[in-house]
Each structure stands twice: as C-alpha cells, then as structure tokens.
Design a protein around this ligand. Structure first.
Ligand SMILES: N[C@@H](CCC(=O)N[C@@H](CS)C(=O)NCC(=O)O)C(=O)O
Length: 221
C-alpha cells in the first residue's frame, strides 16, 4: 500500500492529517498543491480539473491510497481521513475507546473544523476582502471566539485535550494554534491551549508536521 497526501504547507487541514500520519508512524509521499499560486491558471492548484476530480470542494488535503493490488482510493475531508486512518491502522488510537471521551475528542475537533477554520479559510477571507471587510479583524474575532470555547472545553485535562495521549482533538488544535499565531491572535487568555500545544509539539509526529518544515515551505524560502 502507498499513501500520497496532496497538501500545502500552510493549510491547517493538511497539517491535521500530517500529524495523524506521523502519530500512526506511516510512510507517505508529499504531493504539493499550491493553493495560492499553483495550478494551470496560477490561481491555485486546487482549482485544476484533475485535482477537483479527486476533491470536488477544491480544497486540500486529499489522501490517495494505492493498494498492493493496484486499486486506488481518494479520501477527502481531514476529519474523515483521520478517522479512516484510525480504523485501518488501529495503534495508537486517535479516537479514545471510551464512548464519552470519544465524543468529547470529536467535539473539540469539530469546534476547530466547523467553528473556526471555515471562517479563516482563503475562499472566505477573499470574499470578506472583496466586499470591503477588514480581513484581519474578521479572522482574529472568529479565532478568539472559538479558542475561548475550546479553553473551557479542555478544562480539567492536563497534557492533551482529552485523556493522557494525543487524539483527533490535538490533531486539530495544534494547527489551529499555528494559524492563530500567524494571524496575530493574542493567546495570553488561553493558557491551557498554549500548554497543550507545547506538550504536543514536543512529540516527534507533531514536530515533523509543522508547516515550516514541509518541502514546499522550504522551497519557498
Ligand atoms: N473541511 C475541510 C477543509 C479543507 C480546507 O478548507 N482547506 C483549505 C486549506 S486549510 C483550502 O484548501 N483552501 C483553498 C481555498 O479556499 O481555495 C477539511 O477538513 O479537509
């Protein structure tokens, strides 16, 4: 079996899947989709027909799986991709066995996935800018609101978002913290989130998945 991740260094949804692949200790190939300047028209490789055939939302990431018998599957949406990886490669578990802990991990992941990230995504901020909105204020406001909710949701846990090992929730939170820093969000009010992100980044899988360490980031320097 071969795994190819179509992704972009600065994409937080791609970052989530890179972390999960690392936590599962899987080998995979990095396929660059430059969502800013790539593609045949130079307006982003996600809009190319070939890519959109795999990912109809024209977004990264897409995971391409080639089985040993030649069958190819393409999976989209970072959270279903992470759940697929967790079901196929069981160890270590990214979704806790305990029912309530699992629902809680999914809830924190979803707070990032649907409560914050779509509001900071390129296609959204382009539209906000196009109608004369202040993109920075827009993005900072939604990230701050979402992180404030997550700060409460992870209260009572110490090292990671849920339980004593990284879960799908941490796979989502750490990229969101990267984005928050990139957009200049003040994290002083979120000590638990900052501590969880630091504990995660000390682990090799999280360190290797960091945006700045990806081949397309290095090539762009
Ligand atoms: N829910 C999707 C979100 C994917 C997404 O929004 N990807 C962004 C980068 S983080 C993207 O491709 N943006 C390109 C665009 O908006 O044109 C997932 O989790 O995979």
């Amino acid at each position: 079996m071969k795994l190819r991740l179509h992704n972009y260094w600065r994409s937080s949804a791609s970052h989530r899947v890179r972390i999960a692949l690392g936590l599962k200790n899987l080998e995979w190939e990095y396929v660059v989709v430059d969502i800013l300047k790539g593609g045949s028209a130079g307006g982003g490789g996600q809009h190319d027909l070939g890519y959109r055939t795999m990912n109809p939302m024209a977004q990264v990431p897409t995971l391409e799986i080639t089985e040993d018998d030649g069958r190819v599957h393409t999976l989209t949406q970072s959270l279903p991709i992470i759940e697929y990886l967790d079901e196929r490669f069981v160890d270590p578990r990214l979704l806790p066995v305990n029912l309530e802990a699992r629902a809680h991990a999914r809830a924190v992941a979803e707070m990032v996935n649907s409560g914050i990230q779509p509001l900071q995504n390129l296609s959204t901020t382009n539209k906000v800018g196009a109608i004369g909105g202040d993109v920075k204020t827009w993005v900072q406001g939604f990230i701050t609101r979402g992180l404030a909710a997550i700060e409460e949701a992870v209260a009572g846990n110490s090292r990671f978002c849920v339980g004593d090992a990284p879960t799908i929730a941490d796979c989502c939170l750490v990229p969101q913290v990267h984005s928050a820093r990139r957009f200049g969000v003040d994290l002083a009010g979120f000590p638990r989130i900052v501590a969880i992100a630091a504990a995660c980044e000390a682990l090799p899988a999280f360190a290797a998945a960091q945006p700045d360490r990806q081949p397309d980031a290095i090539a762009a320097r």
